[in-house]
Write a new protein. Structure first.
Length: 135
């Protein structure tokens, strides 16, 4: 749809800011201290949202999944991983029209259940469940 994400890194303030670029306009989506969050995975889908998965280098695990509107940059949904089980791997897949699912797991701890999240961008519905990990 002609939109894409731009990442700007300010070395004076240690801040990385993500923007949606569309028709010469920039809309701020998110920003973070890049000394803590080494990277975030911005997955843009040719639909109505951007999925951002934040990785914290200090804990070697994912902090959150955030879903933003791809026009306004407004935060639509957040899944927080900072309490409870920790996850250091994920697999994300898009399906159908404006939908995705992602599975998170901990590669070093088989006692941590799979965390499965499904998002429907047509209805702005987020569903979560866990599944016992059998190895």
């Amino acid at each position: 749809n002609g939109k894409f994400v731009i990442r700007v890194r300010d070395t004076n303030t240690s801040t990385t800011t993500n923007y949606i670029a569309s028709e010469g306009n920039l809309v701020e989506v998110s920003s973070y201290d890049y000394n803590t969050h080494v990277f975030d995975m911005l997955t843009y889908f040719d639909g109505s949202f951007i999925a951002q998965i934040d990785y914290n280098d200090n804990t070697s695990s994912y902090d959150s999944l955030k879903i933003y509107d791809d026009t306004t940059g407004n935060l639509l949904k957040t899944v927080d991983f900072t309490t409870g089980d920790t996850y250091n791997n994920y697999n994300i897949n898009f399906y159908g029209d404006n939908k995705f699912y992602v599975v998170f797991w901990n590669g070093g701890d088989t006692n941590v259940d799979w965390r499965i999240i499904q998002y429907n961008g047509n209805t702005n519905t987020l569903k979560q469940t866990t599944h016992t990990r059998i190895v």
